[in-house]
Write a protein that binds this ligand. Structure first.
Ligand SMILES: [Zn+2]
Length: 398
């Protein structure tokens, strides 16, 4: 029994395990556990964090609830969409930056009639339907920005240059705002596709900038920050060690994770500024992670060429994810994505970007622990994605 289990992990072959085994939980070994080392820390000998259970037999369970055929509900993008119309001018908007130039303080700029902005690459504007008040004089001010490329576009994979322009416009908006107000809390993400929570089809990113740096922190952010503090306590930054390919020196019960975390068979692409790879302990199938090679805490600190590399990595990641989810999974939408920035503005940190497919809601166990249970290893996804990369379309070659 044990031998077959190990055989799967060595060869990535779950058929051997499933067809020749007694299941019913009578294996001699439980599923392999991996921790996402960027959201895990050890406190008083307790490992606190996100875990992945790699359990090949789970892939063979009956799936009555899943639709038999893939349903694709992806609306058409028209040049007459709301955001593209604003860029062509004529409507009112609050312009904060282009990809090159900071235009106005997001906390005080007023709506004006917009001239034609089509000659720009991307722009940041204030979200008209904000959840924050920009003018609240108490310590609860906030601003929501929408960052849009001028190219009419639905997915990052269709234009690395437009995706890079979005990153540049975010960086310009954030650094310009911080120059005026000092560092503030920052939330940055792309919602892509109808299942992601996005209400608009035109590709766009969103940025929340808000007061209260010292008073509030989200529980997910907190775990990432604590994890980084734990790394520092051990005199290291895992993201730096990954980019420099030096070995990680975790202890306190996480030492069994350290050699495999750095494994090169998760890597997909890198240049002098960014690394794109499969997450070692994915939150969802095909979870990709992008690491800046420079030790910077948030997107406002990115420099020109780094923005271009990050934009390219998001484009490429989106392409690879669609290809793999489209080719062998009937139950996960190919097109919907969350692209989320893990970053910190009130202290030392190494930012990273998570790209996740969007699919069914989280189950009970996932909501409690949290964890993922996967029947396929991320290394297997990486292998398939590297194969796809041998035959990329010209515009994605770099
Ligand atoms: Zn670092």
């Amino acid at each position: 029994m044990t031998n077959l289990f190990i055989q799967f992990y060595n060869e990535g072959n779950d058929r051997a395990f499933v067809e020749n085994s007694n299941d019913w939980g009578r294996m001699e070994r439980s599923a392999d556990t991996r921790y996402d080392l960027f959201q895990t820390f050890v406190e008083d000998s307790v490992i606190v964090g996100f875990q992945l259970a790699l359990a090949p037999i789970r892939g063979s369970r009956p799936r009555e609830q899943y639709p038999k055929t893939k349903t694709k509900v992806m609306p058409e993008l028209s040049p007459e969409n709301v955001l593209s119309r604003i860029i062509r001018g004529g409507d009112e908007a609050v312009l904060i930056s282009t990809s090159k130039e900071f235009k106005g303080d997001p906390f005080s700029a007023l709506p004006v009639k917009i001239e034609d902005l089509s000659s720009e690459d991307a722009v940041s504007i204030v979200n008209r339907f904000s959840i924050f008040s920009r003018v609240d004089p108490s310590n609860r001010r906030g601003v929501m920005l929408v960052v849009v490329p001028t190219e009419v576009l639905q997915f990052p994979r269709d234009s690395p240059s437009a995706t890079s322009a979005i990153i540049r416009a975010i960086t310009t908006s954030v650094s310009g705002t911080f120059d005026i107000h000092g560092p503030m809390r920052l939330t940055t993400f792309f919602n892509i596709g109808p299942k992601s929570g996005s209400s608009l089809i035109q590709l766009h990113a969103q940025v929340y900038i808000f007061d209260g740096l010292e008073h509030r922190v989200g529980s997910t952010e907190y775990v990432f920050f604590k994890s980084y503090d734990y790394q520092k306590k051990h005199d290291m930054c895992l993201a730096c060690q990954l980019t420099e390919r030096t070995s990680a020196n975790l202890a306190d019960g996480l030492d069994d994770q350290r050699s495999t975390f750095l494994r090169s068979d998760l890597d997909l692409w890198e240049d002098e500024h960014m690394i794109l790879r499969l997450a070692y302990a994915p939150l969802r199938y095909a979870h990709l992670r992008i690491f800046p090679k420079r030790h910077i805490a948030h997107i406002g600190d990115l420099e020109g060429e780094e923005c271009d590399s990050l934009g390219y990595a998001i484009s490429l990641g989106d392409y690879l994810m669609k290809d793999i989810l489209g080719s062998f999974w009937g139950t996960i939408p190919e097109d919907d994505r969350s692209v989320i920035f893990r970053q910190r503005t009130d202290g030392d940190f190494h930012m990273l970007v998570d790209m996740l497919p969007v699919y069914m809601g989280l189950g009970g166990a996932e909501l409690i622990i949290p964890l993922s249970i996967h029947s396929k290893k991320p290394e297997q996804f990486a292998k398939l994605m590297r194969k796809t990369m041998e035959d990329l379309p010209d515009y994605l070659q770099r």
